[in-house]
Design a protein around this ligand. Structure first.
Ligand SMILES: [Zn+2]
Length: 145
């Protein structure tokens, strides 16, 4: 977990609901938390009140590996927010837990021009206020991030 230094990127804080609480605050224990159906085991994100596969309502946020791959990405080259200087990468990362389980995030600790589709990444957290933003950094072949 890192905290932005003065002059570093600051992200607009999300509106945290009871349903998304574990996603935004779960990083406090170093783990990414994703909703999982307690009936059939299906993961879903963003958090839903019921399982999109079996329609059971027992969806609970559980810790996942935090490992995935870049499914798609774009390099933002314009500074839209003064505290979030360009260039930066907006990426859809697919988690290893399940095909199609993707979340919108950013890739850090990497030159934006070095990001590629399929690149292996691992979660990391940037703390702002009491929110832990899940971001991803390249995972090297030896398994160390
Ligand atoms: Zn289910």
């Amino acid at each position: 977990v890192s905290t932005p230094e003065p002059g570093q990127a600051k992200r607009p804080l999300p509106v945290v609901t009871p349903r998304s609480h574990a996603f935004w605050h779960g990083g406090a224990d170093g783990h990414l938390h994703i909703g999982q159906c307690q009936q059939c085991g299906f993961y879903s994100h963003p958090p839903l009140p019921y399982c999109p596969r079996c329609h059971a309502d027992g969806v609970t946020a559980v810790p996942v590996s935090g490992v995935g791959s870049v499914y798609s990405f774009t390099i933002e080259r314009y500074t839209w927010l003064p505290d979030l200087p360009a260039p930066y990468v907006v990426a859809e990362v697919e988690l290893v837990e399940q095909d199609g389980l993707r979340l919108l995030t950013t890739i850090v600790d990497c030159n934006p021009d070095d990001v590629t589709i399929g690149m292996r990444v691992a979660v990391s957290f940037i703390r702002q206020s009491d929110v832990f933003f899940p971001v991803f950094r390249p995972l090297h072949r030896d398994g160390q991030s």
